[in-house]
Design a protein around this ligand. Structure first.
Ligand code: G3I
Length: 379
């Protein structure tokens, strides 16, 4: 009996040791590698960065950026009101800096955004004639996009041109130029920056009606013989449940158009919103309401785990369709930077990203990494 049991015991010890070694290697790999390397064979991993981070003044974000991310998007500084404040005045300081930062760290740099109805400079909102607005559009796109041709890898050319029902959103562009303004913007962009990829970017375009609207918009651009390289599904979602089926259907339908699909502004809010409350007046002022800001000090474990689970489901889906997805960008580096601390109610404490307020990885980070490991081990 003894001589039979001994080899079995050795085998068990050997298997146990290699399991431990494997786990240690995994942990070590994870610590050293960062998200960008974990998903290197799948898609780019990006972050939106704010002015402080672009100026390299955010000491905690500084080492994290090149370690975890291989793509960056400016959260605000390329928006019209900042980069083009007056008819013949441009502020390129911060834009030049993000381009330099991307170049220094070998990151895929995304320009955000050339045409958006929001955050327009006051002078644009005062334009009354079709000709003047067409001239603004031409000057704006030519001046900005051509400056960074060969330096900015891709542009969100048009941002948020659609309503929830898939129709075109009312805006100064639609009102004065008609719905061809989207195709026209892409035509100008392809001329100004032949070396950048060109994207349409919007939120909720995984939802069926809005998705249908986005698909017709993209087909219209393509039918005009104008280049569009990809679509950005922003991905501002809630812990109350991700629309996974719609997301999957969207990946399939958009990629069937022959363009890249990417998730460009991912975050998952853990806080209640006015429109979640039955009968709530969305315009009611909830600022300072403890009910609407339930985790001012720390996130309870149960919510932390639920958040991690949602992120896990999301990345499992992304991996399933990695051949169609080119990039996943988070809208912020850490919870401390998220716009969701200030919207739709100011002064709240939200926890929507993978890094906490000290820029340390959260359980959601580990869950995201584990989706890849399970795949690798299982395959
Ligand atoms: O920089 C000014 C500051 O000078 C001023 O004193 C202060 C007073 O309110 O405002 C500061 O500007 C704020 C800016 O963010 C920078 O922090 C604006 O008020 C605020 O409206 C702006 O919000 C940004 C929002 O877009 C509107 O541009 C968010 O940070 C940014 O995360 C958000 O990003 C958008 C994407 O571009 C498009 N998709 C949706 C996404 C979330 O709304």
């Amino acid at each position: 009996m003894y001589h039979i049991k001994q080899p079995i015991a050795y085998l068990i010890i050997l298997v146990g040791m290699s399991f431990i070694a494997c786990k240690q290697k995994e942990v070590a790999m994870n610590e050293k590698q960062g998200l960008k390397n974990v998903f290197a064979d799948d898609f780019l991993i990006g972050a939106a960065i704010n002015a402080n981070q672009i100026l390299e003044k955010d000491a905690k974000a500084l080492p994290l950026l090149p370690q975890e991310f291989n793509s960056i998007t400016p959260e605000n500084i390329m928006k019209c009101e900042i980069i083009h404040p007056e008819w013949d005045k441009y502020n390129f300081d911060l834009a030049d800096k993000i381009v330099a930062l991307g170049h220094k760290n070998d990151m895929f740099t995304v320009g955000h955004t050339l045409v958006w109805h929001s955050q327009l400079s006051p002078f644009v909102n005062k334009i009354k004639s079709k000709d003047s607005l067409a001239l603004f559009l031409e000057n704006h796109i030519n001046t900005i996009a051509s400056r960074y041709d060969g330096k900015i890898d891709a542009w969100d050319v048009v941002n948020e041109a659609l309503n929830e029902d898939g129709t075109m959103r009312k805006s100064i562009f639609l009102n004065l130029l008609g719905d061809d303004f989207v195709t026209e913007a892409f035509r100008l962009a392809q001329k100004a920056t032949p070396n950048s990829e060109l994207y349409y970017n919007d939120y909720n375009i995984e939802q069926p009606k809005k998705r249908a609207g986005a698909i017709s918009l993209i087909k219209k651009i393509q039918a005009a013989g104008v280049r569009i390289d990809g679509v950005g599904i922003q991905g501002h979602w809630s812990i109350k449940g991700l629309p996974l089926e719609d997301i999957e259907q969207s990946i399939l339908e958009y990629s069937a158009l022959g363009i890249k699909v990417m998730f460009t502004e991912v975050d998952i809010t853990v806080l209640p919103n006015p429109w979640d409350l039955k009968g709530a007046d969305v315009n009611q002022n909830f600022e300072g309401s403890p009910m609407m800001n339930p985790y001012p000090d720390t996130l309870p474990d149960s919510v932390q785990v639920a958040l991690a689970d949602e992120y896990g489901k999301l990345f499992n889906l992304f991996l399933k369709h990695k051949d169609k997805i080119s990039r996943v960008t988070f809208w912020g580096v850490s919870d401390a930077n998220s716009w969701l601390n200030g919207w739709p109610i100011r002064g709240r404490t939200n926890y929507p990203l993978l890094f906490d307020r000290n820029y340390l990885p959260k359980p959601a980070y580990d869950k995201v990494v584990s989706t890849k490991k399970v795949k690798v081990q299982g395959s």
